[in-house]
Design a protein around this ligand. Structure first.
Ligand SMILES: Cc1ncc(COP(=O)(O)O)c(C=O)c1O
Length: 371
């Protein structure tokens, strides 16, 4: 059986009639950027998350970048974050002239280890950016407590965590703001790029709104110098409005797939995700750990068996060639160990139980042949 790592065609097919109607509505409307669909989506996404404001943007990276800028983070400042989440926050920090400072992650949740946070804060620290990685909420309670003690804002990276809650509240509403990506593979994905920042702070939302449209105070009147063009278009907004109606059901299906994997893989030489409260994990990705020395062979054997896998992410931020020199002395033992041993298995709402079982069976064969 062929099991692709992801299959966006199936995803589209599962909602085709509604998506076609939404797209046609926009095509025929004659309004394509920042119009009624965008306003409606912003209102609906804010309501879904229980946030007062939502400002849609062009990408999730822009949500982080413009979020940092709107918080006044700039040259000389440090952004405290993790190094295992695909460099997006690093890019955003660099773009505003700030320096990322990395904290290691917890070996259980793969998210920012709150026990290491206080010691990483310096007089230059301006903001903390935890990442709700793979769809699991970071340890918000502890992170927010440290942040409050040091009077630092928490900007949540929710790009992989649509619909995740902490204590009944949606991620992105616990810190000062939450940054989302709507890249097509995300739990809530557009048909192209998209992003948003949610916040309960009206002044912050207004600054983000201004920064996304050339720094305009009024039309053609630029009143802040560091604005840009970062807009969601009408077509993506209309698509996202349709998909939002399916998000909860699709997240539940992802959780069921994850539970099936974890049960099926029990007893094998793979470490499955640590259990946790179901509201706190929507399994954007189902990530296991395997023996680092054998990972490449395991991945190749699975490929041979028709099973697609991926690695999120193989290179920690501090070891990226573009800037590794700066971090030559930095050791992040858990982050580095995970980068060498993690493996993402297919996990998307349209995956059939039989396909999950096929992945488990293939992994069992590969691991036993591997002993
Ligand atoms: C954790 C995380 N943060 C930020 C981003 C950036 O989002 P985008 O690709 O929309 O710029 C992504 C997705 O790519 C992500 O997975």
């Amino acid at each position: 059986m062929q099991v692709p790592f992801n299959d966006l065609k199936r995803h589209y097919d599962s909602m085709a009639a509604e998506l076609d109607a939404a797209a046609l509505r926009v095509l025929r409307s004659g309004w394509y950027v920042l119009g009624p669909e965008v306003s409606a989506f912003e209102a609906e996404w804010a309501a879904f998350c229980g946030s007062k404001h939502c400002v849609s943007l062009a990408t999730g990276t822009d949500a982080l970048l413009i979020g940092l800028r709107a918080l006044g983070v700039g040259p000389g400042d440090e952004v405290l974050t993790v190094a295992n989440a695909g460099t997006y926050t690093t890019f955003a920090a660099h773009a505003v002239g700030a320096t990322p400072r990395y904290v290691d992650v917890s070996p259980d949740t793969y998210t920012l280890d709150p026990a290491l946070l206080a010691a990483a804060i310096t007089p230059r620290t301006r903001v903390i950016v935890p990442v709700h990685l793979y769809g699991r909420a970071a340890s918000l309670e502890a992170i927010l407590a440290v942040a409050a003690a040091h009077n630092l804002p928490v900007l949540e990276d929710c790009a992989q965590a649509h619909g995740v809650r902490w204590g009944g509240r949606h991620v992105g509403t616990l810190g000062v703001a939450g940054c989302f990506s709507f890249y097509p593979t995300k739990n809530l994905g557009a048909l192209g790029d998209g992003g948003a920042l949610i916040t309960n702070d009206a002044a912050l939302a207004a600054r983000v709104r201004q920064l996304r449209t050339y720094g305009w105070g009024a039309k053609y009147r630029t009143t802040v110098a560091n604005g840009t063009n970062s807009r969601l278009d009408e077509l993506q907004a209309a698509i996202l409005r349709v998909k939002l109606q399916h998000l909860e059901a699709q997240n539940e299906r992802r959780q069921a797939i994850a539970a099936r994997y974890s049960a099926g893989l029990a007893g094998l030489a793979v470490q499955t995700p640590a259990p946790g409260a179901s509201e706190q994990h929507v399994f954007h990705l189902y990530v296991v750990q395997v023996d680092a020395a054998r990972r490449a062979a395991i991945q190749a054997a699975l490929r041979e068996a028709g099973i697609g896998t991926d690695i999120h992410y193989p290179f920690p931020d501090h070891q990226q060639p573009a800037w590794a020199e700066r971090y030559a002395d930095l050791r992040l033992p858990v982050t580095e160990r995970l980068a060498a041993s993690i493996l993402s298995l297919p996990c998307y709402p349209e995956l059939a139980d039989a396909e999950v079982d096929a992945v488990v069976a293939a992994l069992r064969t590969v691991l036993s042949a591997d002993q």
